[in-house]
Design a protein around this ligand. Sequence first.
Ligand SMILES: C[S@@+](CC[C@H](N)C(=O)[O-])C[C@H]1O[C@@H](n2cnc3c(N)ncnc32)[C@H](O)[C@@H]1O
Length: 205
Amino acid sequence: MTTLLLSVSALKTLSVYEAILNYWYPLILLLIFCLFLSCEYYAYKTGVPTIASFPSARRKIIEILQKDFAARAPAARSYTIVDLGSGGGQLSWHIARALPRAQVIGIEISWIPWLRSVLRQRLRGPSNLQYQRVDFWSYDCATADAVVTYLTENIIARVSKKLRRELKPGALVAANDVALRGDWQPIDSIPTGFLKMQVFVYRQS
Ligand SMILES: C[S@@+](CC[C@H](N)C(=O)[O-])C[C@H]1O[C@@H](n2cnc3c(N)ncnc32)[C@H](O)[C@@H]1O
């Protein structure tokens, strides 16, 4: 009897295994291909691939924000940080954890990185972090006390104009690797210690 039960269970295991091989395997491959295609589509559409800031740059950006927060945000006032193009959400997640009294908003257009960010936030917090799946060209940065960017040369001039137009006086911009253009003059540029990459710091006049 035991042998019979064991054989039945072995057969079941085998058929599940076969089903996975015959049916799920191509489906999983198709799913991976669609995820990849979606990311490629948004990289092509926006001109910016989803790449997370390196940990060394992340640490510098957090230090810059902590300093600005300490200098500018009295106890009761809110302090909002916007990650313009938040990708998979790693940078904004670390910022939100390092600055628990700030509100952190990640703006991302690409579905897969956005979904990853939201899932991580739902599973692990922190509660001062939210993600919005929107095109940042239609997002008004007027309420931001600080904006962080890690974008590309092809769109940075347009982003620079947008930030100049929308940011309130005194707002801070920390631009990872790619400096703002136009009339923005950095108040600081901090080497990240990785290759020749720098974080450029600006203050809205
Ligand atoms: C290089 S990643 C940076 C991710 C994150 N900020 C970091 O530093 O780790 C830039 C992200 O900006 C997003 N992006 C580019 N143009 C956008 C737009 N118009 N609206 C929203 N997100 C955009 C891209 O999809 C990409 O995920």
